[in-house]
Ligand binder design. Sequence first.
Ligand code: ZN
Ligand code: ZN
Ligand code: ZN
Length: 274
Amino acid sequence: MKLTYYGTGAGEGWPGLFCNCELCKTARKLKGKNIRTRSQALINDDLLIDLTPDTYMHCLVYGLDLEKVDHLLVTHSHTDHFNPPDLQLLTEPFAHNRPNVFNIYGNDRVREKIWTGVPRIWEVESKFHFHKAEPFKSIVIKDYIVVPLLALHDRNEECLFYEITQGNKTMLYAHDTGAFPEATMDYLKANKVHLDLVSLDCTTQSSADGKNHMGLVDAVKERQRLTELGIGDDNTKWIVNHFSHNGLWLHDKMVEEAAKYGFLASYDGMEIEI
Ligand SMILES: [Zn+2]
Ligand SMILES: [Zn+2]
Ligand SMILES: [Zn+2]
């Protein structure tokens, strides 16, 4: 199973659209892995996670190909993860030769945002199917088994992250979230999940959070909790992702700090295979 990171920045992107801080100025100058667009990832070539406002840019710059993508997992409704107006482009006259229905899995707030945020929704309705994703209720998508897990993030909606299994491999893609809620830990424990890859939130990088997001120190704690329960181990690939300029570490520094704890730091376009 392959995971490709297309967007590894927090909500404002890095550099922030209107930001003039030194870190954003430096990122604009250095470019490369210091440029972090908003959250999106792809499993193999057919299971998309989040519909960021940068989706089109990911297609143009990183070769994201949506032809085979008929399934979209949405973590939550924040604008960096879900941009409903793009769904209008599923239908004629914007899209030709797209016979398959586009399946969207998300919470109630995501559903509301589709109905309020897609222009001329009545013309698009037949092109997609919304499925409510409920915590701990597994969803079968092709040969994947997907389990939505509860995140600790925006208290106004049921934020989710996803455990994805294909064959004998399982990965956890956990953004945006603070420390995992007990219900999520209980699920992982009870189901004796072994994770081959864990992608953890690291929005605040150099500082601790744990309540809505994580910093590196929080990610290290989560790994310890998972390792103590045997859910992850030395064979697990541990990755940190979703970085904000307010976290203060440009890419090279992030890589260096993450490596001290055995984590890889994501970058836009990074591919990892398990
Ligand atoms: Zn986010
Ligand atoms: Zn900035
Ligand atoms: Zn968020």
